[in-house]
Design a protein around this ligand. Structure first.
Ligand code: ATP
Length: 359
């Protein structure tokens, strides 16, 4: 197993800084995800690890070996691309065997290893089928088998599920995790899909315009976002500006003196702007008035039924702001009436004050 260290790496394409002074250490055996919106530098970073690009500055290390300018074929990484990049007119066997033949592995060994990996990705019955005659999910498995068969030190996956429909994506997510655990291989996964990132990763790095905003476990990233960008990008949230006043933190949009347990007031600096973030599922609704802090009176503006959950949009502060509230679907008797009065409570231990992200 291999650890990957990126030290202060920058990649410049002409005037565009695709990646800026990035520091990340990926532990051996870890499932590590680069998550962020389109164009934020995820693929460029992955390509610097694979060796398809060399950094303009900084170092890439595998364990304590400096790989910064080592050519891709000498890195022993296995890569799976979004479009699979398979040879359509070759059979499954020929596609998977390709990398081993290039490495001049003998015929008996090629056969053994290809059969072995196809067994693992559950494609053995398709071994002689032409790739163009396979479904999208099956082609994805061939691409995975081809990456794994060379016994790579690091597995690199670039949006491997984005061409699949929702049901198949779910299935392949579990499949990839099962294989990753079975092989115990250090895996770096690129996606802009937060659900994929949260459900699969040991740790996630959240990117925005070439910068890494936060590194953490899925629960850390979701529950303790370091700024408004992370809070908004991962999951859904209600975000409002807050200002320090003599009496405490005040939110003008909600006309509310805000009580927030985390983080403590000592973290606030005069030079930064702050927002409050509260998740839709953390908000408590009540038809009768509630005692306590962070209580607002509102009107139900819109109720949206999604199947497993119900979203209610509540207008507060005389209609100046809207809060989104999410509840599990507990049956028709619990659905709110649009236009009805309602009380809203933002539990202080669920209100997070975050600085506004800098670029
Ligand atoms: P996506 O999710 O859309 O693939 P990404 O986060 O992977 O996006 P990158 O592909 O790493 O983003 O691109 C980061 C930035 O670098 C973008 O502004 C992109 O236009 C630019 N870029 C990427 N590759 C090149 C290149 N070969 N030449 C010039 N600019 C590039």
């Amino acid at each position: 197993m291999t650890a990957v260290t990126l030290s202060n790496i920058t990649k410049q394409f002409g005037d565009v800084a695709a990646v800026k002074e990035l520091d990340i250490t990926i532990k051996e055996g870890e499932f590590f995800t680069f998550l962020g919106p389109s164009g934020c530098g995820k693929t460029t970073t992955l390509r610097m690890i694979a060796g398809f690009y060399y950094p303009s500055a900084g170092k890439v290390k595998f364990d304590d070996r400096d790989m910064t300018t080592v050519s891709p074929e000498k890195r022993n990484t296995g890569m799976v691309f979004q479009n699979y990049a398979l040879f359509p007119h070759m059979t499954v066997f020929e596609n998977v065997a390709f990398g081993l033949k290039v490495r001049k592995v003998n015929k008996t060994e090629v056969k053994r290893r290809v059969e072995d990996v196809l067994e693992k990705v559950r494609l053995k019955p398709f071994i002689n089928r032409q790739v163009s005659q396979l479904s999208g999910g099956q082609q994805q498995r061939v691409a995975l088998a081809r990456a794994l068969v060379i016994e790579p030190d690091i597995l690199l996956l670039d949006e491997p599920l984005s061409n699949l429909d929702a049901r198949l994506r779910d299935e392949m997510r579990n499949e990839i995790l099962r294989l990753q655990r079975e092989y115990g291989i250090t895996t770096i996964y690129v996606t802009h899909d937060q659900v994929e990132a949260l459900t699969m990763s040991d740790r996630i790095a959240v990117f925005n315009v070439g910068n890494c905003q936060q590194i953490g476990t899925p629960t850390e990233i979701y529950n303790q976002p370091v700024n408004d960008f992370v809070a908004e990008f991962i999951g859904e949230t209600n975000l409002f500006e807050v200002k320090q006043r003599d009496e405490g933190l005040f939110c003008e949009d909600l006309n509310l003196l805000v009580h927030a347990d985390t983080p403590g007031e000592e973290v606030f600096s005069k030079n930064e702007n702050y927002k409050m973030s509260v998740r839709p599922e953390a908000i408590i609704l009540s038809k009768t008035n509630v005692e306590g802090v962070n209580v607002l009176k509102g009107k139900v503006d819109l109720v949206q039924f999604t199947g497993e959950s119900v979203h209610s949009f509540i207008k507060v502060n005389e209609g100046h702001a809207t809060l989104k509230v999410t509840d599990l679907n507990r049956g028709p008797s619990t659905y709110l009436q649009e236009g009805s009065d309602i009380y809203v409570q933002l539990p202080p231990d669920q209100v997070r004050i975050v600085p506004v992200a800098k670029e």
